[in-house]
Write a protein that binds this ligand. Structure first.
Ligand SMILES: COc1ccc2c(n1)CCN(C(=O)[C@H]1C[C@@H](CC(=O)O)C1)[C@H]2C(=O)Nc1cc(F)c2c(c1)C=CC2(C)C
Length: 216
């Protein structure tokens, strides 16, 4: 692909990302030291497992819808077969959400934005899945150490989604072509900002450990 095509794809992905993030990065940053008081944490911890799951499931479902919109605005994604669009979103939407959530994560006090303020892992105690929550916070910490800027995060999220190694793809070569263009776009962006050194780290950070067996 020509450099023009790559530049256009970069701009398209940045716009798609900006138009489909529920919160602007600047706004999330402004709130990062607004943490829940001890009493507010207690009131969350006293909620039933059902109520807490209901709230979190709603937030996740909502956020995933925005990621579907992100995919639909990405040049090349809608040109894939509908089967492959569904295969990529089913396999990757949650991983893109985890990548996006690092924008709303304060690694200095290990808190994440939740319902208006920043919460630590202890707030989610009543969910009864401390292991999963701790993995989520550890992942967010690792994502933050990459120090990706918003445009780099947008292209990284696009690459998490457009992954030609996902099982059940019908037109793998078409997905591969789009993936290669996105890889060139991210390399091009990093080179321009003289930060290509990060790419080595990025390649190692697979969003979710593939050994995570689906909850039986
Ligand atoms: C892209 O980055 C982000 C980061 C955080 C959030 C969003 N997006 C989406 C909207 N959001 C909200 O809280 C909504 C604002 C609304 C209106 C209001 O009250 O202000 C309520 C956040 C959210 O969902 N946090 C969240 C969900 C969740 F399931 C978990 C954790 C954190 C931590 C562990 C688990 C249990 C996995």
């Amino acid at each position: 692909s020509s450099i023009m095509e790559i530049e256009n794809l970069t701009q398209n992905v940045l716009n798609a990302h900006r138009q489909t993030c529920q919160f602007r990065f600047e706004d999330l940053q402004l709130l990062r030291w607004e943490t829940f008081t001890r009493n507010e944490v207690y009131s969350y911890q006293r909620k039933s497992m059902e109520e807490m799951w209901e709230r979190c499931a709603w937030r996740i479902t909502d956020a995933i819808q925005y990621i579907v919109e992100f995919a639909k605005k990405m040049d090349g994604f809608m040109q894939l077969s509908q089967n492959d669009q569904i295969v990529l979103l089913k396999a990757g939407a949650m991983e893109v959400l985890l990548v996006r959530m690092c924008r709303a994560f304060n690694y200095q006090n290990n808190t994440v934005f939740f319902e208006g303020k920043y919460a630590g892992p202890e707030l989610f105690k009543s969910l009864g899945c401390g292991e999963l929550i701790n993995n989520f916070f550890t992942f967010s910490q690792n994502m933050c150490t990459l120090g990706l800027l918003e445009p780099e995060l947008a292209l990284f999220a696009a690459l998490v989604l457009v992954d030609s190694s996902r099982p059940f793809l019908q037109e793998k070569d078409k997905v591969e072509q789009l993936q290669k263009n996105l890889e060139l776009a991210l390399k091009n962006l990093m080179r321009k900002s003289h930060r290509e050194g990060i790419l080595v780290k990025v390649r190692k950070t697979k969003p979710l450990d593939s050994k995570l067996s689906p909850i039986k």
